[in-house]
Design a binder for this molecule. Structure first.
Ligand SMILES: NC(=O)c1ccc[n+]([C@@H]2O[C@H](COP(=O)([O-])OP(=O)(O)OC[C@H]3O[C@@H](n4cnc5c(N)ncnc54)[C@H](OP(=O)(O)O)[C@@H]3O)[C@@H](O)[C@H]2O)c1
Length: 204
């Protein structure tokens, strides 16, 4: 099993960022640990957070200088280490967006979010221990799948994973942005009556 030696990334430029990113060429490790997989990233989604980080003081959480941008991606497994159990070549996967939170039950752990506190998703290839990966649905395009761990999970969590939804429930959705529209789709599929607000267009 082989993989490229080098790959391209999108990194925030050196401070002051002045709203710029740059393409860098980087090197993949020559050998893998037994639990590692190499992924080829086909799509990464862009969020407001990626823009906020390009402004000095624009992002309220911790954020490394010159980090690789992006938190959410869709990728294909191209190499598996000797002890990898869950995944196989060709599997479509995403990377858990915060490497410190894998079960939802971690307490008092230091956050390790992609794109801010560790290398992000905007790169051609990456190496991860298999525990950080999750399989993607087969029916979604790479681009669609690259949004799942962002807007989709935010909407899902805000509906508490659709647990204990009362009969004839109604949900009020603010606006027509990414999270709201995903929330709307979940409402329609699960029988919740949605009411969506929309700000009036301002004529130019
Ligand atoms: N995207 C993610 O992956 C993600 C993950 C975690 C948390 N979040 C959070 O979820 C929220 C929505 O994110 P998003 O990605 O859906 O953003 P978005 O696509 O930019 O949508 C922003 C929404 O806010 C509404 N809005 C903006 N200014 C408003 C105002 N002055 N009054 C009323 N409504 C206003 C817009 O309404 P109109 O449609 O009427 O313009 C739109 O629905 C943000 O707080 C974000 O930080 C997002």
């Amino acid at each position: 099993m082989s993989y490229p030696k080098t790959y391209r990334t999108v990194r925030r430029s050196a401070k002051p960022y002045l709203l710029t990113v740059e393409i860098t060429n980087e090197t993949l490790p020559e050998s893998l640990d037994p639990d590692d997989v190499v992924i080829r990233i086909h799509a990464a989604s862009v969020n407001y957070r990626d823009v906020a980080m390009l402004h000095e003081g624009g992002y309220p959480l911790s954020c490394n200088d010159r980090e690789i941008q992006g938190k959410y991606c869709a990728a294909e497994i191209i190499v598996v280490g000797d002890a990898v159990k869950i995944f196989t070549l060709g599997d479509r996967v995403t990377v858990t967006p915060n490497l410190s939170f894998l079960t939802g039950e971690e307490n008092d752990v230091e956050s390790c979010a992609l794109g801010s506190e560790t290398a992000g998703a905007m790169r051609e290839y990456a190496v991860y221990e298999e525990k950080y990966l999750v399989k993607l649905p087969l029916h979604l395009s790479w681009e669609e799948a690259a949004t799942i761990t962002g807007v989709d999970i935010t909407a899902w969590v805000s509906l508490d994973g659709l647990k204990d939804i009362p009969k004839n429930a109604t949900a009020l959705l603010q606006g027509t942005g990414g999270v709201s529209v995903m929330f709307l789709l979940l409402c329609l599929e699960s029988g919740i009556r949605p009411i969506t607000t929309c700000r009036p267009c301002v004529p130019i």
